[in-house]
Design a protein around this ligand. Structure first.
Ligand code: SAM
Length: 197
């Protein structure tokens, strides 16, 4: 199983703001691009993937939306409107939730009021954690177990102190080369590298 966690630091947890923000400073389109490249292939989708989107621009709690394509009945389109529509539906479902609650949104999609740090701590129990960083181990030199989990951000960098906490959880910094790429481009390169093995 391949797991991707996108820490979307600028993404609003208000669905109307999320949808209105496309092309603006929050760049919610990044969420759609990551979902598209993590889940879809031509005329099909990947079954062995789980994607977590953690939206952090919030007046109360981060919203973590989990997508499990193997359990989804309705994948819908892969355009930005369709994909962000699914995220918006999850945000609407999460209205009024208290801290660390979970609600089903539709088959294969759930929303939780859980922070990035807490989520990653939980995933560390049964996943091999990798935080994407240009100065990390080149992906070609890294061995992967059965459950790698890749941690990415939107256009806002991971806070410096987070790297320390991730290191304590056993995360390895993983590099895809010297060029700064979009998170969605990292996802494609990771899939490609794992598909070769
Ligand atoms: C657009 S980048 C983030 C840019 C942000 N301004 C920064 O300095 O981190 C989005 C994500 O892709 C990762 N990333 C981009 N290029 C990479 C590379 N060549 N190797 C590994 N990770 C990369 C970043 O670490 C980040 O998680």
């Amino acid at each position: 199983m391949r797991t991707f966690v996108l820490r979307a630091r600028a993404a609003p947890t208000d669905s109307a703001k999320l949808l209105a923000g496309i092309g603006g400073e929050a760049h919610p389109e990044i969420l759609a691009h990551v979902l598209m490249n993590a889940i879809f292939v031509a005329q099909s989708h990947r079954e062995d993937v789980t994607v977590y989107l953690v939206l952090e621009s919030t007046p109360d709690y981060s919203r973590t939306v989990r997508f499990e394509p193997r359990a989804m009945h309705e994948l819908g389109g892969f355009d930005e409107r369709a994909l962000l529509g699914k995220v918006a539906k999850a945000l609407d479902t999460s209205r009024g939730m208290g801290k660390e609650e979970e609600r089903p949104v539709e088959p294969g999609v759930t929303v939780r009021t859980v922070s990035f740090e807490r989520l990653v701590q939980q995933l560390s129990a049964d996943h091999q954690l990798f935080v994407l960083d240009r100065k990390g181990v080149p992906i070609g030199e890294q061995a992967f177990g059965a459950n790698p989990c890749f941690l990415l951000t939107d256009h806002i960098p991971m806070p410096r102190k987070t790297f320390g906490s991730l290191e304590r959880l056993g995360a390895t910094k993983l590099s895809l080369g010297p060029r700064m790429l979009f998170a969605s481009q990292c996802v494609v390169l990771i899939h490609h590298a794992l598909d070769q093995r």
